[in-house]
Ligand binder design. Structure first.
Ligand code: FEO
Length: 395
């Protein structure tokens, strides 16, 4: 156990091996942590559990530290498996333990674990639970990132247990934000926001305002993944404010897939045009690059240029899968256009343009398409399109 403040401990698990999360959807290059916390006061309370694959080792270890029978309450800020996954095993050992959760948490816990007789108590924003010296104050956080999400503030210690919000998939041997490489930390915090919270940016904005109105004297923000923010903890709140407000950098991302290099040639010519306008330009091969990293780069970019060859009257499968992910992200205020080669029947650029339109992108240039290998004229046109796009991004 690592003590954050008097008798308040981190009791989580570091998962150095984790490479994929949410099934296989999200890459986690630096592993992750599942942060649970324990408060020992006149009442002893556990804040969240850890992912179920760790249940035996974690519960045995926690029992040695604290004796599970001495727990008075468990708070489940969020019912997803990585935080509530050990709840059934815990409840087997301590069957009468009261569980505190948000109103949506009740149904979510029941629908996940199908309990028969657990003592589940719903709490709303502003509800409190006295522990003795400390008091818990609950804050509903719907859609950050599930309906049941909740944060728990500890008065007198001034710690906000924020659950997924402000987290990072980042395993380190250190607990606090000031102890780790800042570039790594912010890369992981940004990737987490871009991939998990982007669709809910409107709710994030509203919730950040509500939390501000609560005037909580926050000294530490302790999320359920990654490091704890103790050095200037509000820096990550300010960063979320930026990210939630249609954050973008003056940059262009060019995504392409290619079978024999024709679409890549056009991508490189387009890039030369964009770069001629002094715009930061990045090219990523959608069949080779990591999809979560691509989503992070789209999140940052003001402009997206997307290309694929035509295959069987459609587009290449990696491009199609990525476009489905992009659709769900609900990106806003981004400009785009499409390109792609064809052989005997065209269509890839039109398909991409349609999918980007459906995903909320503003299509600012006609698609570029050509038969088989691009001629020097096509490449010249590609460069001109890139230049024009770069001019628009500069505006
Ligand atoms: Fe929504 Fe970390 O689980």
């Amino acid at each position: 156990m690592i003590e954050l403040k008097d008798n308040i401990f981190w009791v989580g698990v570091r998962d150095w091996e984790l490479k994929r999360f949410h099934g296989e959807e999200l890459s986690t290059h630096r592993g992750s942590t599942y942060n649970a916390y324990l408060i020992r006061d006149e009442k002893t309370v556990l804040i969240d559990t850890v992912w179920s694959p760790f249940k035996e080792s974690w519960l045995d270890w926690l029992d040695e530290q604290v004796n599970l029978q001495t727990l008075d309450y468990v708070v489940i800020n969020h019912s997803e498996e990585d935080h509530a996954g050990c709840l059934p095993a815990l409840m087997e050992k301590v069957p009468h333990l009261p569980i505190y959760c948000s109103p949506h948490g009740t149904a979510a816990i029941e629908d996940h674990f199908h309990p028969e007789s657990w003592d589940i108590r719903k709490v709303r924003t502003g509800d409190t639970l006295d522990l003795g010296r400390y008091q818990l104050q609950f804050v509903e956080m719907p859609m950050l990132h599930w309906p049941d999400s909740m944060a728990t503030f500890v008065t007198n210690a001034n710690i906000l247990f924020s659950n997924d919000a402000f987290g990072q998939h980042y395993a380190t041997s250190f607990l606090y934000n000031d102890q780790v490489d800042q570039a790594e930390l912010y890369q992981e915090a940004l990737k987490y926001y871009a991939n998990i919270l982007t669709p809910f940016s409107a709710q994030v904005k509203r919730k950040l305002n509500e939390i501000k109105q609560l005037n909580l004297p926050i000294e530490i923000i302790a999320p359920s993944h990654g490091v704890v923010w103790r050095d200037n903890p509000l820096q990550i709140v300010e960063q979320y404010n930026l990210w939630a407000n249609d954050y973008q950098e003056k940059a262009v991302l060019i995504l392409y897939d290619t079978m024999w290099g024709a679409t890549r040639k056009a991508a490189e010519a387009i890039a030369a045009g964009v770069e001629s306008q002094g715009i930061a330009t990045k090219l990523m091969h959608v069949g080779k690059a990591d999809q979560s990293d691509i989503i992070t780069e789209i999140f940052k970019a003001r402009g997206l240029i997307f290309g694929s060859p035509t295959v069987n009257d459609g587009i290449m499968s990696a491009a199609a899968g990525l476009l489905e992910s992009i659709r769900g992200m609900r990106f806003r205020n981004k400009q785009a256009f499409a390109f792609g080669s064809y052989g005997w029947s065209g269509g890839s650029a039109g398909i991409i343009e349609q999918r980007l339109t459906e995903a909320g992108f503003e299509i600012v240039l006609e698609p570029l398409k050509w038969r088989y290998v691009p001629t020097s004229e096509v490449l010249q046109k590609a460069k001109i399109l890139g230049t024009t796009f770069g001019e628009k991004i500069k505006e």
